[in-house]
Every structure is written in structure tokens, then in C-alpha cells.
Design a protein around this ligand. Structure first.
Ligand SMILES: [Zn+2]
Length: 148
């Protein structure tokens, strides 16, 4: 007798190909990520250190590119706001200390800090915009429902 897990069996068709739960595309039986949308498909994608980076990136990309729920908004602010604040304060401290042209390492750290601030700030702006957009769409749906 072959033991099968009912939940993983539901995601596979009769040829063993994995169906992506996000875009419903068929994938290779051993695929860790969907070939079409990049959604993690196997448990290995959250255990393997390198694949875990890709899985985390997929989660952040979805949060920044599609209308998000309040819990996603709170989670993204908890993840990105503390390091963003740290880098902004570090940049202010660096700039207020004056001329550092004799120290190329400090300049490199400043450039990395600026890139991180821009990237994290952009992610937070996008997630917040998507949350507001989702809330407005929900409010519009309620208004249309009342008119009918
Ligand atoms: Zn997919």
C-alpha cells in the first residue's frame, strides 16, 4: 500500500505534474517554483537557504505588486520600517560628521545605505498604496451595492 498525503495529492494531476495554486499553470513534478509566476511549490523552497531567498522575494514582490490586506501591510512595515529608520539615521549621522573624502570605505557604506533606504522606502510606499487602493475598491463596491 502506498501512503499518499491528501493535500499534496490534490495539487497534482494524473501525470504527476504540479498545478500552481496561484496561476493554475502545470509544472514539472519536481519543480520547486512555478515556471510561470515564480510561486514556491515545494516545501524544499522554504528549507533550502538559496531557494528560501527566492521564496521570500516572491512574497515581497506579491505584497508590493497586488492589492494587499491589512495584515500584509502591518507585516511589511514591521519587516522594513526598523532597518529603514536605522539606515536613515546612519546617513544623517554620517552627513553631519563632515568631510570623509579620505575614507573610501565610508563612502561605499553611504552608497549602500542610500540604495537600501531607496529600495525599502519604495517597497513600503508600494505596499501602502496597494492597501489604500484595495480599501477604496472595497468602499466603491459597498456604495454600488447600496444604489442597487
Ligand atoms: Zn504559478
Amino acid at each position: 500500500m502506498v501512503m499518499t498525503d491528501e493535500s499534496s495529492k490534490a495539487d497534482r494531476d494524473d501525470q504527476g505534474r504540479i498545478i500552481c495554486y496561484n496561476c493554475l499553470a502545470e509544472n514539472h513534478p519536481h519543480a520547486d517554483f512555478c515556471e510561470h509566476c515564480g510561486t514556491p511549490l515545494s516545501s524544499l523552497s522554504t528549507i533550502d537557504p538559496i531557494k528560501r531567498i527566492a521564496a521570500t522575494g516572491d512574497t515581497w514582490r506579491k505584497a508590493a505588486s497586488s492589492p494587499s490586506k491589512r495584515i500584509v501591510l502591518i507585516g511589511m512595515w514591521l519587516i522594513f520600517a526598523p532597518p529603514l529608520l536605522f539606515f536613515v539615521l546612519s546617513l544623517f549621522a554620517f552627513v553631519s560628521e563632515g568631510d570623509r573624502s579620505d575614507n573610501p570605505g565610508a563612502l561605499l557604506k553611504t552608497l549602500v545605505g542610500m540604495v537600501v533606504v531607496c529600495l525599502y522606502g519604495l517597497i513600503l510606499v508600494k505596499v501602502t498604496q496597494n492597501y489604500i487602493r484595495r480599501k477604496r475598491a472595497a468602499a466603491n463596491d459597498e456604495c454600488e451595492g447600496e444604489e442597487l
